[in-house]
Ligand binder design. Structure first.
Ligand SMILES: C[S@@+](CC[C@H](N)C(=O)[O-])C[C@H]1O[C@@H](n2cnc3c(N)ncnc32)[C@H](O)[C@@H]1O
Length: 270
């Protein structure tokens, strides 16, 4: 089915779209009760306890010292706790309007923002139903004399009453997966296998919405599992990466292979 407009995806004429823009504006363009699942990984605004920390570049907050790969900065990661909660309630309510009754929300978060995330999810009108866990394993966040903060969390719930979910079946609630930089195309990019585990909660053939797409991992997982995807991303650089990643996925290629092919085509054009 390939790439199309937001309406093409909703009507089943296309499998995916990447819309570059502010999610609160783009979400308003989605007709009510049309989406099957909201799977998203918003900026956590979690990298700093103090104002000065929050104003740092995302690479200063989230990239470990010694990391070789450079990735673009991302947007919207400078809210304090209260404004983060208000803001999450705003976009989760607007996403909820776009979602069908009984649709799923699955929102990534870390240990600092977990309480705020489950509060704001409910403030947005969703019914909070549980927490799933991504365990990054023993190489993540070592801290002498302390427990490692080696897990991220997925707060999940439904848009009102849950609906019949025979087609989805019974899913695991935890994934062990180390970060693999070969498939990481965003400063805080999620592993494809973890994202696939989360996206599996969308009914087969359904539409997954991600208002904070970053490098498009949610969309890649959706295509792989036979779901459609509406991806929204404000950063032009990341929207371009997400688009290329989706095109690569359709061809069974990695982003690197796809971009090498594009370069060759461009070089051949007289
Ligand atoms: C944590 S990242 C998502 C990473 C993604 N899960 C991946 O694997 O690549 C959140 C993304 O939301 C984008 N963003 C922040 N505020 C936004 C807004 N108001 N509207 C749309 N996108 C926004 C950021 O630029 C960032 O790329």
């Amino acid at each position: 089915m390939g790439e199309g407009t937001l309406q093409d995806v909703l009507d089943g004429r296309a499998a995916w779209c990447v819309v570059e823009g502010e999610c609160l504006e783009v979400l308003r363009q989605i007709p009510s009760a049309t989406v099957d699942a909201l799977v998203t990984d918003p900026p956590y605004s979690s990298g700093g306890a103090f104002r000065g920390d929050r104003m740092l570049k995302t690479s200063d907050k989230y990239v470990m010292t010694g990391t070789q790969v450079q990735r673009p900065e991302f947007l919207g990661d400078n809210r304090d706790q209260r404004s983060f909660a208000y803001w999450c309630a705003l976009w989760s309510a607007e996403s909820g309007r776009a979602c069908k009754p009984g649709a799923i929300i699955a929102q990534f978060t870390d240990w600092r923002q977990l309480p705020t995330t489950t509060d704001s999810l409910q403030a947005g009108g969703w019914v909070w139903r549980g927490i799933a866990v991504w365990n990054k394993g023993p190489s993540a966040r070592p801290a002498m004399g302390r427990f490692r903060n080696q897990c991220e969390f997925i707060a999940w719930g439904t848009n009102g009453e849950a609906v019949d979910s025979q087609a989805v079946g019974c899913l695991p609630g935890a994934w062990d997966c180390a970060v693999n930089s070969d498939e990481k195309h965003h400063i805080t990019g999620k592993p494809e296998s973890v994202m696939a585990g989360v996206v599996a909660i969308c009914p087969p053939g359904g539409v997954v919405l991600d208002p904070f797409a970053g490098s498009g991992t949610t969309g890649v997982a959706a295509l792989r599992l036979g779901r459609r995807a509406i991806l929204i991303e404000k950063s032009p650089e990341y929207a371009a990466i997400a688009r290329d990643r989706m095109r690569a996925e359709e061809r069974g290629q990695t982003l690197k292979q796809f971009r090498a092919g594009q370069q060759t085509l461009w070089e051949k054009t007289p």
